[in-house]
Design a protein around this ligand. Structure first.
Ligand SMILES: NC(=O)c1ccc[n+]([C@@H]2O[C@H](COP(=O)([O-])OP(=O)(O)OC[C@H]3O[C@@H](n4cnc5c(N)ncnc54)[C@H](O)[C@@H]3O)[C@@H](O)[C@H]2O)c1
Length: 396
């Protein structure tokens, strides 16, 4: 396991899912010291050493924007890979990752978790059973505001990824549930941004140079449409809503958000009555109790899905193709947002022609890749930190 913040959750859940953790790695010695790892687990500060350690699989929970090169190295070293989000930061990385999976005989899975909440799993079950008919329109929200104190604790240093990733890039927690429930595939996006807010006292006490939130309109290959909302607006909550040509389902936004509402019109009901059902679906049965595993019980199901993929050698739902597609939605939506919402295609990298188009696309907002032609991290450019930085340091 690489990266001992989120990685400790993934390690704990891997063990709960029947996998054995044999080695952990973090460049930060203090994180290793505080890990509480049992003496039979090897500790490393260097990823190359971790890769030397005999193991079947590597779990990547290093920084958000650095997964693809580590995943490719692990696949080339013969390891199965469970990668935290996001899969890749550029089109070139997406193509390289797909090719690395294909030239290995290894499993690659993205550790997106929110589709495994009880209500999202129930929605998938109902969708597969035909409850809402053909999928037409969906919307999903991952609204997760943070106080400045929490943000700064999670994001040490001005160059930490949470301080600069553009507002469209963290889109898998909204898109993942929609793809999982409906089996749809994005084809094109329009991106819009709620800009950084100079009057927000919480934002002002951070060194952020990105925006508040984004809205992404996704046109799917099956003709359906999705709307995604992500990140730092006030009003914490996660939401999934799907409309089909025979009904609608959504989790509730008020009170207990784990409740599901399923609505069918009278004219679509064979009994002619129609109905509105509101109930709290349970998590599906699991070999161990999922409740306390993290993120409303969803986290255990990530590890169970990975354990299943590595033992059966069958691709996980979020295999490399869906993984890079989700990342490309965030990347292409940023291109779109910088062009005032103009449509951008989401390539289908299962096809060689699409790979050829994107294999040299190194367009990246990563400050470490700064060069002429690279995009800014905020819709108003990269200047935000100039105004907020001094206030951060006063606040600290
Ligand atoms: N799915 C979820 O609900 C969820 C929740 C939190 C975080 N995450 C994801 O987990 C990942 C990690 O985020 P985070 O919040 O844990 O923190 P983070 O990015 O701040 O920490 C990453 C850790 O990895 C270590 N690290 C990074 N590169 C390394 C390298 N080359 N060698 C050794 N150690 C290295 C760092 O020292 C640090 O301890 C991100 O991709 C994030 O998106 C997902």
């Amino acid at each position: 396991v690489l990266g001992l913040r989120r990685g400790l959750d993934l390690a704990r859940n891997a063990e709960a899912a029947g996998l054995r953790v044999v080695a952990i790695c973090d460049a930060d010695q203090a994180r290793l010291d505080a890990s509480g790892a049992s003496p039979d687990i090897a500790l490393y500060t260097d990823f190359d050493q971790l890769l030397q350690h005999p193991a079947d699989a590597v779990v990547l929970a290093n920084h958000f924007h650095q997964h693809a090169p580590f995943a490719i190295a692990a696949l080339d070293a013969g390891r199965d890979v469970l990668s935290e989000i996001t899969a890749c930061m550029t089109g070139a990385e997406a193509v390289a990752l797909v090719r690395a999976v294909e030239r290995s005989d290894r499993v690659y899975m993205l550790a997106e978790n929110w589709q495994f909440t009880a209500y999202n799993q129930e929605m998938r079950r109902l969708a597969l059973a035909g409850e809402i008919g053909k999928f037409l329109y969906g919307e999903a929200e991952y609204v997760h505001p943070m106080s400045a104190a929490t943000h700064n604790d999670y994001s040490p240093g001005a160059n930490h990824w949470r301080n600069w990733i553009p507002a469209t890039y963290y889109c898998t927690h909204s898109l993942g549930p929609l793809m999982y429930v409906t089996d749809t595939w994005p084809a094109a996006v329009n991106g819009f941004v709620v800009a950084a807010d100079p009057e927000d006292p919480q934002q002002q006490a951070t060194p952020r140079v990105n925006d508040t939130a984004s809205v992404i309109m996704v046109r799917n290959r099956d003709g359906s449409l999705c709307k995604l909302l992500q990140y730092g607006l006030r009003g914490e909550g996660l939401y999934t809503r799907v409309h089909g040509n025979l009904g609608m389902m959504e989790n509730l936004r008020e009170g207990d958000q784990a409740r599901l509402r399923v609505k069918k019109e009278s004219f679509d009901d064979p009994e002619g009555r129609g109905y509105e059902r509101v109930y709290t679906p349970p998590l599906p049965p699991a070999p161990v109790n999922a409740e306390g595993s993290g993120h409303a019980g969803a986290d255990l199901f990530v590890s169970l899905a990975f354990a299943d993929a590595v033992t059966t050698r069958r691709p996980a739902f979020f295999d490399v193709h869906r993984a890079v597609t989700m990342s490309m939605v965030g990347i292409q939506a940023w291109r779109s947002a910088l062009r005032d919402g103009a449509p951008e295609p989401v390539p289908d990298l299962r096809e060689e022609a699409a790979r050829a188009e994107f294999e040299n696309d190194h367009w990246s907002p990563d400050p470490a890749a700064a060069a002429e032609g690279q995009p800014p991290t905020g819709v108003s450019g990269n200047q935000t930190r100039m105004s907020v930085g001094p206030r951060l340091f006063q606040a600290k």
